[in-house]
Design a protein around this ligand. Structure first.
Ligand code: DQA
Length: 139
């Protein structure tokens, strides 16, 4: 299976950003262990702080990859453009969040990703990404 994790704004700061919410691990530390754990999965990672770059990447992979694991971070709650991009492609998208966005501020309860996602996994820390990978392996 060919999968890609796409991370949105500020997720490049994992490990030093609000560590009480997002933990102490950097994404690359986590990613390295996951790549080793799933040797049969061709797993890629892309991160950008720029909305249009995220849309470009979704369009680029969205007709050939087996799955997209998308944490659009703050754009989850604001981006009609990313929501439309997911609607436009054929590759299924699993929406992921590290934190339980429903236990946080009201503005995090809204998602432009969820209506067009295959499923949503949130609140399990970085393990949310792993659960998303598992969901693609078993489908
Ligand atoms: C997040 C939750 C978002 O509300 C927030 O803006 C993020 C990270 C998460 O993974 O928990 O940047 O997507």
């Amino acid at each position: 299976k060919k999968l890609i994790i796409i991370n949105g704004p500020n997720l490049n700061l994992l490990g030093k950003r609000e560590t009480n919410i997002y933990g102490n691990l950097t994404f690359m530390e986590f990613f390295d262990t996951v790549v080793k754990k799933y040797p049969n999965v061709a797993l890629e990672h892309f991160q950008s702080n720029i909305e249009g770059e995220l849309i470009d990447k979704i369009q680029e992979v969205g007709f050939s990859y087996d799955g997209i694991i998308l944490n659009a971070a703050a754009y989850t709650h604001t981006s009609i453009g990313i929501g439309d991009a997911i609607k436009a492609i054929t590759t299924p998208v699993v929406e992921v969040h590290i934190s339980n966005t429903f236990s946080r501020e009201e503005f995090r309860h809204q998602s432009y990703i969820s209506p067009n996602a295959k499923g949503v996994i949130l609140g399990f820390g970085l393990q949310s990404y792993e659960l998303a990978i598992e969901s693609f392996i078993s489908s």
